[in-house]
Design a protein around this ligand. Structure first.
Ligand code: HEM
Length: 149
């Protein structure tokens, strides 16, 4: 059977044509919720996140991360945390074992989650922002380690 090129109803995978960019807080919340749902069951990153953030604190943490991205995307002054200190503390509690692999894998999951939900300028921006941040955060972790390590 010859199918018309414009007939797309039987397309199983949504194409970017049907996706849109992040537009508001609700979009950021959906992204953050989907991302950390994956992080929490991830073999490499799950134990670190679940070992740091108790079950009952997750809603609070997700809210803070939504603030973080809202501030980054639209400049809305909501986030007032300190990722450098937070990550240095995490590195200390895991005996200075945080490596570039953790950051690369975090980024892989971030990219695939963003791409599965949104497409556009903001989606691109938050992927670039995370990529740039990953290098800075990891260098800071190394700098803040005790000298003998
Ligand atoms: C570029 C990549 C990353 C970004 C943008 C990012 C962003 C953030 C932000 C904004 C916070 C909240 C900081 C605060 O509480 O003030 C945070 C906390 C945290 N991050 Fe990351 N993060 C990244 C990578 C990672 C990686 C690779 C790990 C684990 C290896 C990690 C583990 C954590 C944990 C466990 C917390 C909670 C700390 C706590 O509440 O004590 N993050 N992150």
């Amino acid at each position: 059977m010859v199918r018309s090129r414009s007939h797309q109803c039987d397309n199983k995978i949504p194409t970017p044509k049907f996706m849109r960019d992040l537009e508001n807080r609700k979009d950021v919340e959906l992204l953050v919720l989907s991302f950390y749902a994956q992080i929490r069951k991830d073999e490499l990153l799950g134990p670190i996140f679940n070992g740091t953030i108790p079950k009952e604190k997750w809603p609070e943490h997700l809210d803070k991360l939504a603030d973080f991205w809202e501030t980054n995307i639209w400049g809305i002054p909501k986030f007032n945390g300190n990722p450098v200190l937070a990550h240095a503390r995490v590195d200390t509690s895991f005996h200075h074992s945080i490596s570039q692999d953790h950051f690369s894998h975090w980024l892989e999951l971030w990219f695939s989650t963003v791409d599965s939900l949104f497409v556009g300028e903001k989606a691109m921006f938050i992927k670039n922002r995370a990529q740039n941040m990953a290098t800075g955060q990891f260098l800071k972790i190394l700098q803040l380690r005790p000298k003998e390590i």
